[in-house]
Design a protein around this ligand. Structure first.
Ligand code: TYM
Length: 329
């Protein structure tokens, strides 16, 4: 460890190309935290198996996501970027932590109930144990800080409880209790303006779209439902297009947009055109870098394999301590 403030760990399921929700809720934070922390960023392919129907897409989804992370500014020379299954010690820790986990706690979690509702035909054991595997991710790397969106709050609280329970039972502070860190934008809504932006809801806007594709996607965004006619004044505070402006548009312009929307001087179509143009400008350097990196497909896999090697060293140390603490012969 260097003289930084501590270690950050975060993970995301390999969902392929990332969207604005991932970017504003997580990736932007991952990049900023590199200044002050030793960072470990993991593509959680094992977690993805709990909901994935087409396993054949895992490899491509992994490299597409890693490309987005690297193009957005995660620096693999400093930070560890790796694939969860490449460091299999996490599955051993998952098994051990499961002995410290009351079953009822898992089935009571809102995230479990939501997933069970979404895939009633496939409520598998892995889905129930999902938060335990996540706790194993975080504790294997002794993370002090975990940057995530608000949807992961119950999993972070669960992790903290498991750590306390484990440390209490073994009588010493072996595992580290992590702090959750949300961005200023912990829940990005989708184009429907109602639900969390998510690929599975098809309400997402991908970072790696072309300028034209971005405009087309932004044009589908739902605005203030009361503004049924161009001449009716809008309410920026209930409009997701306006919310997104805060991340891509200058403060002065945001104020002007709010005033012009309220007075009906600015219509929703022009407002969306403006947002799309600002998103395109904001992401121009990212898109250029992504195109460059994608020219050498080996590069991403080299980064991930170097990351796994470095992650493995930390994982081995933790597992030595854990095995000793619980008396495994
Ligand atoms: P996942 O793959 O669903 O999402 C990755 C990260 O993106 C954030 N996020 C959002 N934030 C704001 N608004 C949105 N619309 C939005 N969509 C996604 C998520 O909060 C998350 O931070 N269980 C985790 C993955 C995981 C993990 C870990 C995270 C596994 N092990 C250990 C942290 C630490 C998940 O499914 O994230």
């Amino acid at each position: 460890m260097t003289n930084k403030k501590g270690r950050v760990f975060s993970g995301a399921r390999p969902t392929g190309r990332q969207h604005l929700g991932n970017y504003l809720g997580a990736i932007r934070n991952y990049v900023a935290l590199q200044e002050d922390y030793d960072c470990v960023y993991c593509i959680v392919d094992l977690h993805a198996l709990t909901t994935m129907e087409d396993f054949g897409k895992l490899r491509e989804n992994t490299s597409e996501m890693a490309l987005d992370w690297l193009a957005a500014g995660i620096r693999p020379e400093e930070s560890i970027v790796f694939v969860q299954s490449h460091v299999p010690q996490v599955t051993e820790l998952h098994t051990i932590l499961s002995m410290f986990t009351p079953l009822g706690k898992l089935t009571d979690l809102p995230t479990f109930k939501e997933k069970a509702r979404m895939q009633p035909h496939n409520i598998n054991y892995g889905l129930v144990g999902y938060p335990v595997l996540m706790a194993a991710d975080i504790t294997l790397y002794k993370a002090d800080v975990v940057p995530v969106g608000i949807d992961q709050e119950s999993h972070l609280e669960f992790t903290r409880e498991v750590v306390r329970s484990f440390n209490f039972r073994v009588g010493k502070q072996v595992l580290v209790e992590p702090q959750m860190k949300t961005t200023t934008y912990p829940k990005v809504l989708g184009t429907d303006g109602a639900q969390k932006m998510s690929k599975s809801l098809n309400n997402h806007i991908e970072l790696a779209l072309t300028d034209e594709e971005t405009v087309a996607r932004v044009m589908t965004m739902v605005t203030d439902p009361q503004r049924t006619h161009r001449n009716i004044p809008g309410r920026p505070e209930v409009c997701n297009v306006f919310t997104l402006h805060h991340s891509f548009t200058s403060e002065a312009e945001v104020e002007q947009i709010a005033a012009d929307c309220r007075s009906a001087k600015l219509g929703c179509v022009d407002d969306k055109k403006c947002l799309a143009a600002n998103i395109n400008r904001h992401l121009a350097a990212f898109r250029q870098k992504r195109t460059e990196l994608a020219k050498n497909p080996e590069y991403v896999w080299d980064v991930l394999s170097d990351g796994a090697r470095r992650a493995n060293t930390i994982a081995d140390q933790t597992m030595d301590e854990v095995r000793k603490a619980i008396g495994l012969p």
